[in-house]
Design a protein around this ligand. Structure first.
Ligand code: APR
Length: 181
């Protein structure tokens, strides 16, 4: 796994897959979910609707792929992070599952790159530093298993981007340039 950190809008990032921090209805919402559906167009929502008619709802930690409409990506991976409830409700495990399920799917599909937003760190209220620690532990577990995959962590806010920079500073292979889009 190669790591890149970008500060900016994930809908502008070129990657084989863009991960969406969705909710269990997969019917869109605010935050990054709204931005992805707005930029990607109605095709993505139509696919989500079809999937939900089959599976009922998307569980927390589950990952569901669709095509990416007008986005510069081949896929959108919709995943549902945990709502922060104080930390004793399995939030860290559920959050890790969102990242791991997405990496697993990227590997199965033979993708070269995947872009993640900070899942659960907006409306769902996950404490930012703790969320970045979860990401770090996933990266450590998956580093070897994902050779050749570029993983891009995209943050709209400078503060969140800085937390990632702090967490990954010194990593061999991590591209920590101040890319801004
Ligand atoms: N690009 C990158 N990051 C973004 C963008 C964007 N265009 N828009 C928002 N973000 C960041 C937020 O600043 C936050 O750090 O994504 C992170 C996740 O925030 P949310 O989008 O609020 O996602 P989450 O906390 O997982 O809540 C999910 O929000 O809108 C709904 O339908 C969604 O109900 C679901 C809930």
């Amino acid at each position: 796994m190669d790591i890149q950190l970008i500060q900016g809008d994930i809908t502008k990032v070129s990657a084989d897959a863009i991960v969406n921090a969705a909710n269990s209805s997969l019917m869109g919402g605010g935050g990054v979910d709204g931005a992805i559906h707005r930029a990607g167009g109605p095709e993505i929502l139509a696919e989500c609707r079809e999937i939900i008619s089959r599976i009922g709802s998307c569980n927390k930690g589950q990952v569901v792929p669709t095509s990416a409409g007008r986005l510069k990506a081949r896929y959108v991976f919709h995943t549902v992070g945990p709502v922060w409830q104080g930390g004793a409700a399995g939030e860290a495990e559920l959050l890790a599952r969102c990242y791991e399920g997405s990496l697993e799917l990227a590997r199965e599909l033979g993708l070269s790159s995947i872009a993640f937003p900070a899942i659960s760190c907006g409306v769902y209220g996950y404490p930012k530093e703790e969320a970045v620690q979860v990401v770090r532990s996933v990266v450590d577990r998956w580093h070897e298993k994902t050779a050749g995959l570029t993983v891009i962590f995209v943050n709209l806010s400078r503060d969140m981007h800085r937390l990632y920079e702090k967490m990954f500073a010194g990593d061999a292979g991590a591209n920590l340039s101040e890319r801004k889009i």
